[in-house]
Design a protein around this ligand. Structure first.
Ligand SMILES: [Zn+2]
Length: 181
């Protein structure tokens, strides 16, 4: 089954290290940033802006995809974890969380590792007691730690890796179809 297509038959992964994500795909942009991919997202983007963007554009909008002359990825599946598998195939990033490489899911800025003392007044006391490693966003100031929700994240990534292993590509009419067996 086809789950995505690129509007060019090119070798994967592509060399671009930055993507622009259509405003319908907020979930994807947060995950890409968590995995260290520079992903831009703006709910107020109009189609005219999106048409002229130089980076890879990721969209679910067939009409926008059809009109784009520059490199674009159309996601034809609604399964979120398949989106991650496809993006990993196309951009070549590993489907594994590494906090040293992560960007802030909220604003996309770099994270820096900080001491427990540095965040003492910024996180709940229970979190402070249970964790020793913290990261601070250099953009919005949000604090991150490896908490219980990381179990769910690791599980999703494991599913995405399995899916990625079952993907193949096929060039049809100068579109690169991404097919899940
Ligand atoms: Zn931030």
């Amino acid at each position: 089954m086809e789950i995505a297509r690129l509007n060019a038959c090119i070798d994967l992964p592509i060399s671009d290290d930055e993507v622009v994500v259509d405003s319908m795909l907020g979930w994807l942009v947060r995950w890409l940033r968590m995995l260290g991919v520079k992903a831009t997202y703006n709910p107020s983007f109009h189609d005219a802006d999106l048409l002229s963007i130089n980076h890879l554009l990721v969209t679910r909008d067939r009409e926008l995809f059809r009109r784009r002359a520059r490199l674009s990825l159309l996601l034809t599946t609604s399964m979120h974890v398949e989106w991650l598998a496809v993006l990993s195939l196309i951009l070549g990033f590993p489907l594994a969380l590494n906090m040293e490489r992560s960007l802030c899911p909220v604003c996309g800025s770099r994270l820096v590792r900080v001491s427990r003392d540095a965040v003492a007044n910024m996180v709940p006391r229970s979190v402070l007691l249970r964790h020793s490693e913290f990261w601070l966003c250099t953009g919005c100031g949000k604090v991150y730690w490896v908490g219980s929700h990381h179990i769910r994240i690791a599980r999703e990534l494991e599913i995405a890796r399995d899916i990625q292993g079952a993907l193949s590509t096929q060039c049809v009419d100068n579109n690169l179809l991404i097919i899940r067996e």
